[in-house]
Design a protein around this ligand. Structure first.
Ligand SMILES: NC(=O)c1ccc[n+]([C@@H]2O[C@H](COP(=O)([O-])OP(=O)(O)OC[C@H]3O[C@@H](n4cnc5c(N)ncnc54)[C@H](O)[C@@H]3O)[C@@H](O)[C@H]2O)c1
Length: 95
């Protein structure tokens, strides 16, 4: 018997990339809260421009490899060890 799990919040790494941005859009369409991390190495903010104002979407310009601890939640990694990641508004102001 298959069971469908309902997700309430999802972290999408590479969220400004080709696949990641479509995944974010799909998840938002399903009612999920989406947190997207991307260091914009190959991805572009333009891929998610339409999502930036969405109330359930948060984008952080962040390199996921800079989180060195294991077994901790992303929140504790970013808040305890690193300065706050730049937000989508910071990204927009750079361009
Ligand atoms: N129109 C099209 O059909 C089209 C367009 C673009 C790409 N493609 C294809 O899609 C595939 C690539 O798509 P993809 O989504 O896998 O690649 P992608 O490069 O678009 O996405 C990867 C994302 O991960 C991010 N990233 C990489 N390292 C990171 C890190 N350490 N921390 C945070 N973010 C990081 C990148 O900045 C990028 O946004 C290729 O096959 C390509 O040819 C097709």
């Amino acid at each position: 018997m298959s069971q469908k799990r309902s997700l309430s919040r999802v972290l999408v790494t590479g969220g400004a990339g080709f696949i990641g941005s479509h995944l974010c859009r799909r998840l938002l369409g399903e009612g999920v809260d989406v947190l997207a991390y991307d260091n914009l190495l190959t991805g572009r903010v333009e891929n998610i421009t339409d999502l930036l104002g969405h109330e359930r979407f948060t984008f952080l310009h962040y390199d996921v490899t800079t989180c060195t601890s294991t077994g901790r939640s992303t929140r504790s990694c970013t808040s305890r060890r690193r300065p706050a990641p730049r937000t989508s508004s910071a990204c927009r102001s750079r361009s």
